[in-house]
Design a protein. Structure first.
Length: 730
């Protein structure tokens, strides 16, 4: 190491120097890359890669990087990283073209036309990931990782992106200070954890060390220098321990490689910072890795090592039997060596070692060695057990297909307009989102824009979308929302609000009913002095006017009866007078909560109707000519309330049709088909066999309005077996 004569640190110089050398900035030319690909790809696949190169080279012609190299050298370097992992030709092609959408005038459609949808999707996915990372907020690192992975869907998008970032980190030294710090922080916050999640240890370590050096060059210097000076004292002891481990294994006939392990700079820094350990505490531990051929050899090696040095109790971990979540497999143990030296040993097979270093990418390296070997299968379970690959171990194509499933199947991650990220359960709608932001937002939600497009409230959201809620002060939750919300929070908030709303609806209805009844006596609620009428409240079992009105609205009290009681108490001379009908009650269909439709006559929007207050049921709507209504009209004419449909009535109405048909096979199916063809629903079919030739069929259908019902009748009449269709009004 050279002496530090300026404030410039060793790593600042180091990063700047390495960025511009050809072996880092432009490690391979296209011909060398194609040669490497010929080792594991078919010639026609190599040809496709060459074609992608020509396309990208043309697109980037005239562009240069800060390192002074032609721009195309960067995507080729990224492709080279993937080639080292033996990634498939589509990934390599996508890597070569990964910047053409963003940096040149090329469209995704043009790319798809030239190279197919699959490659265009990967390239597009890489570009979108950039956008997501650039809108990040630091506190949300964990969510970002998940979001990035959930959005990408095809794991190859992530792998191309990681390779892209890796090459950018290797050449970060040419970036101006501010940009360098931002990129380095992003790398430590997101890219290193994602590499870790995918079990790609080698790349994670490179991300961490380069990120550390670029973000904290002086701290990296200090640790680097301390490691160098400690190394001198350690080397001899390290060699001695390694030789004795090797000899012991060889004596027992185990073919093993023993490596001394050194902690990398960033892990030392992190341990000092988070575990508050001193530098010497960390450096005084001697780490070894023993790599063997077979799983059973791992366990035998463990026994030998435990025999050689005394194992520390409770420090043994069997990650072979129970792999870590990212698929990592190894045996870990801690020992006490000669003179009390602490030793940490990892034991694993060569295959496990490859997976521990390369993680998911290890699959491509091992893809020709498919077998029933459980280790390999387990090693791929870094998707937290999502990918059950045991069944699909056949071809790498199937493997790639299986990677397109969601990495986080139970959640979606979406942005608020401010760039915050919300985690919602899968299937969550705009309404769930609104309630997740705030109960008031949910309660007053009227519409929503998803990625700037107006979107139905019930449509399930997808990861990566930006959701903006449009509210209105006089909006209320709709009972229909309960049919599609998935979050508990939204569900209970809607229920709670509806309960309150139902009461105010009832009060409003009760007020109108009472006013109508009072109007018949030339009075009104306003005109009555309720302070004097308290005792009447008691007679009706309520304490306040609102409660009285609610009872009327629900139908527990008859408006007519209450009006009589109030007026009699208000005026001793009061006598019942004739009923003069005031304006009709408006019915607005399914949105209303108090309204019920009579089960005797099945009124449908558009029918001439009247209302009747039925105790316990509230306001019940009947068809004007219903026989039950005629009965009431005869006995208690004041209880019949005129009603009409509002113009914006909407909903599903049940209606009854009696159909007489000639008996023959399949006729019921024909009736059902006719109803369905008229876009109506069938709730119930009841068959009454009247004779050998004729059946009566009682059809309960659901329709939007009376016109719709008429269309259903017409459809039914087209069935040849149908003699008659009648809508009964009882
Ligand atoms: Mn790039």
């Amino acid at each position: 190491m050279t002496a530090q004569t300026t404030s410039e640190s060793y790593f600042q110089n180091q990063l700047r120097e390495q960025a511009i050398v050809d072996s880092v900035a432009a490690p391979k030319g296209i011909d060398e890359l194609l040669d490497l690909l010929r080792d594991y790809l078919a010639e026609d696949e190599v040809g496709e890669v060459a074609r992608a190169y020509e396309f990208a080279e043309r697109s980037h012609r005239g562009q240069f990087r800060r390192t002074g190299h032609r721009y195309i050298t960067h995507p080729v370097a990224v492709a080279t990283i993937l080639t080292d992992m033996h990634m498939d030709h589509q990934s390599v092609m996508a890597a070569i073209m990964h910047d053409v959408l963003e940096d040149t005038g090329t469209s995704k459609a043009a790319l798809a036309a030239e190279f197919g949808e699959e490659i265009a999707d990967i390239v597009d996915g890489v570009s979108k990931l950039d956008a997501i990372f650039q809108s990040r907020a630091e506190a949300q690192a964990e969510n970002f990782q998940k979001m990035a992975m959930a959005t990408a869907r095809d794991i190859r998008v992530i792998l191309v992106k990681l390779a892209d970032r890796l090459h950018n980190m290797r050449t970060i030294g040419v970036m101006p200070l501010e940009k360098r710090r931002r990129i380095a922080r992003e790398t430590l916050d997101f890219y290193a954890p994602i590499a870790n999640r995918l079990g790609m240890n080698a790349i994670r370590i490179e991300f961490e060390d380069l990120g550390f050096q670029a973000l904290y060059p002086l701290r990296a210097d200090r640790i680097y220098r301390a490691v160098r000076s400690a190394r001198g004292n350690r080397t001899a002891l390290m060699d001695e321990l390694r030789i004795s481990l090797e000899a012991a294994l060889r004596r027992e006939g185990i073919d093993a490689h023993v490596y001394g392990r050194e902690k990398h700079l960033y892990s030392i820094y992190r341990k000092m910072k988070t575990q508050r350990k001193s530098f010497s505490d960390i450096m005084d531990v001697f780490g070894f890795r023993i790599v063997v051929d077979q799983v059973d050899a791992s366990y035998r090696a463990l026994g030998i090592v435990h025999n050689l040095y005394k194992p520390k109790p409770n420090r043994f971990k069997d990650y072979i039997a129970i792999p870590k979540a990212n698929g990592y497999q190894s045996l870990h143990t801690s020992l006490v060596g000669m003179n009390g030296v602490p030793i940490e040993v990892q034991i694993r097979t060569r295959q496990m070692d490859t997976f521990a270093e390369k993680g998911i990418a290890g699959h491509w390296l091992y893809k020709t060695e498919e077998s029933g070997d459980g280790n390999q299968v387990r090693a791929r379970q870094w998707l937290a057990g999502l990918l059950d690959l045991q069944q699909r171990a056949g071809s790498s194509l199937e493997f790639i297909e299986s990677l397109k499933i969601d990495l986080f199947p139970d959640e979606v991650y979406v942005f608020t307009p401010d760039g915050d990220i919300l985690e919602l359960p899968r299937g969550a709608s705009v309404i769930d989102f609104a309630y997740a932001v705030h109960t008031d937002i949910g309660n007053h939600c009227v519409a929503a824009r998803v990625d700037r497009q107006l979107t139905p409230l019930s449509k399930p959201l997808e990861s990566g979308q930006t959701v903006e809620i449009i509210t209105s002060d006089d909006a209320h939750p709709n009972p229909d929302w309960l049919t599609f919300v998935v979050s508990g929070r939204a569900r209970s908030a809607i229920r709670q609000t509806l309960k309150v709303q139902q009461r105010s609806d009832s009060i409003r209805l009760g007020r109108r009913l009472l006013d109508r009844a009072l109007a018949n006596e030339n009075s009104s609620i306003k005109r009555l002095d309720f302070r004097r009428l308290r005792k009447v409240f008691k007679n009706f079992g309520v304490r306040r006017l609102d409660d009285l009105l609610e009872e009327i609205g629900i139908g527990n009290l008859m408006a007519y009866v209450v009006a009589q009681g109030l007026l009699a108490a208000d005026d001793d001379d009061f006598e019942a007078v004739n009923i003069d009908q005031a304006g009709p009650i408006s019915i607005r269909g399914s949105g209303g909560l108090v309204t019920n439709y009579a089960k005797c006559c099945y009124p449908v929007a558009g029918d001439p109707v009247v209302g009747h207050m039925t105790p316990g049921k509230g306001f019940v709507v009947h068809i004007e000519t219903c026989r039950n209504v005629e009965d009431i009209r005869r006995k208690h004419p004041a209880e019949i309330i005129p009603a009409r449909w509002t113009n914006d009535t909407h909903g599903e109405f049940e209606a009854l049709l009696n159909v007489t048909v000639n008996r023959r096979k399949g006729v019921i199916a024909e009736l059902a088909a006719a109803v369905t063809h008229a876009d109506a629903g069938i709730n119930q079919i009841q068959i009454d066999e009247r004779s050998a030739q004729v059946s009566g069929v009682r059809l309960e259908v659901s329709v939007k309005d009376v016109d719709h019902l008429r269309r259903v009748e017409q459809r039914l009449n087209t069935v040849t077996a149908v003699q008659e269709v009648v809508r009964p009004v009882e």
